[in-house]
Write a protein that binds this ligand. Sequence first.
Ligand code: CA
Length: 236
Amino acid sequence: MRLLLVEDDDLLGHATSQVLSRSGFQVDWMRTCGDARAAVRSAEYDAILLDLGLPDIPGEQFVRELRSARSVTPVIVITARGQLDDRVRLLDMGADDYLVKPFDISEMLARLRAVRRRMMAGGDLTDVQTVGPLQLHQASRSVQWDGKHVALTAKEFDVLQTLVMRRPRVVSRAQLVDALYGWDDEIESNSIEVYIHFLRRKLCKEVIVTVRGRGYQIGNEEALNAHVRNAKPGPA
Ligand code: CA
């Protein structure tokens, strides 16, 4: 998970970015809104941690700019006590959550985990996602292929869900690892490849496309429909 930390306080910025890196996040630390603006133009972030009291322009203005540019990147604002008196103002400005200084590191990590869960869920957990013959039921965490239930392990489901929810984007191996594992989990070096191997075997080879040098992508609807058609016995 790649984070943008915007904090002008050297001590706090340094401590926060260190803790985040140690917790497995990829962190870019900017000290001004100007630098943060440039950063969001050149990279895609999974979440932004934003101090409201910045030297150049107020953090509020930066959030409004992001939202008017139709950015959906979750923003967690960091405020001094008393700086932000009500939640309504926070939501009005387009932020997703907030932390009041001085905050606990464990609280910050919990907020980030919540952001990640919302991202993974793609908003609506009761949702059924359909890609040709593939149906992914998020609430029951079950999968049907051509109308038949297919038993997947939890991790296989997570891989498939991540690819389905981010379609048609290519998801890198690192992003999959990020989506699948907690920060303290031990990861076998080839585990993602193993899950993908089993998903292809249980569903079909075309269900996950390897994009050389970039990662994986869910197979396109026509290719999956064609696979199902071809697998059915034709007229004698
Ligand atoms: Ca500040």
